[in-house]
Design a protein around this ligand. Structure first.
Ligand code: ASP
Length: 292
């Protein structure tokens, strides 16, 4: 569908998985991360472009941003309109993804998401609208850049740790990641789902808190009980942007919680999964949330 690609890059393709991204899971992430690392280690590979569904696009991008051990460009593209629709956006997004991946300025920026003429950093991007092609936004720190046909303009760099500077590493011996759940806060929030999560084996819980990462007293009491027994509790927010910082509305020091900073719940879950492979120490995990 995109013969123009032949003029700009030597491409080879392979399929890692053929699921809808609503079915994305740790097994596919580990397979994908390992394959990306194998390919990027080859001197004749300059970069990788991955096609993905939009539902969990930001999550796969962020996972790879933490486990890819290379400065070479890794670009993820997606599309909102099906190939059969009027004005499908997939072909142009794929073309622009390759344009970005072959651009020397893409080196060392971590995993990049290219969609709808925009370039996003993996740590920043989030899906904000159900069906609109302009769904992807980077609400906290803005776009990484823009791509107009074959012209790439990068804006400011990212200050977050990623890829070759990350401390998180995977290899073929890793077959699963720790169980971390997300629980959504709301008015009249009870402790039942929190207790059920721990009972089902969760080693960590991310709260999609109200406002600045807050929740009912009943939920706080339940979470602090579990925190005192070694379950790591991370407070993020359901509002979609902004940072949840330590000890503002909730006394993290006293309760033993971690503040998610700028990570939304779905990305906080991934960082906590990888962090829990290294430690259950709350100070260490808080440091990770400051850096990534
Ligand atoms: N549910 C689909 C997916 O994320 C939607 C899309 O392709 O954008 O795989």
């Amino acid at each position: 569908a995109v013969p123009q690609l032949k003029k700009i890059a030597n491409l080879t393709g392979e399929q890692i998985s053929d699921i809808g991204s609503q079915d994305m899971n740790d097994t596919v992430w580990l397979k994908l991360g390992n394959r990306v690392n194998q390919l990027l280690a080859k001197p004749d590979v300059d970069g990788i472009v991955i096609t993905h569904g939009t539902d969990t696009y930001e999550e796969t991008a962020y996972f790879l941003n933490l486990v890819v051990d290379s400065d070479k460009p890794v670009v993820i593209v997606a599309s909102m309109r099906p190939a059969t629709s009027i004005s499908a956006d997939g072909p142009m997004n794929l073309f622009m993804g390759v344009v970005v991946a072959i651009n020397k300025e893409a080196i060392g920026r971590g995993v990049l998401c290219v969609i709808n003429d925009d370039i996003h950093y993996a740590a920043e991007i989030t899906k904000t609208m159900t069906v609109n092609p302009a769904t992807m936004k980077s609400p906290n720190r803005g776009l990484a850049g823009k791509v107009d046909d074959e012209i790439v303009r990068f804006f400011s760099p990212t200050i977050k740790r990623h890829t070759s500077k990350s401390e998180f590493r995977i290899d073929e011996t890793v077959s699963s990641l720790p169980h971390v759940d997300i629980i959504y806060a709301h008015s009249n929030m009870k402790r039942s789902l929190i207790d059920a999560s721990v009972k089902s084996g969760a080693k960590g819980i991310v709260i999609a808190g109200v406002g600045d990462g807050n929740m009912s007293n009943e939920a706080i009491d339940a979470l602090s009980e579990h925190a005192s027994k070694g379950i790591v509790i991370v407070r993020s927010s359901r509002v979609g942007s902004g940072a949840v910082k330590r000890n503002i509305e909730v006394n993290d020091d006293k309760l033993g919680f971690v503040a998610a900073m700028e990570l939304n719940p779905q990305k906080a879950r991934i960082l906590l999964q990888l962090g829990l492979r290294e430690t259950t120490n709350v100070e260490d995990i808080q440091r990770m949330f400051m850096e990534y």
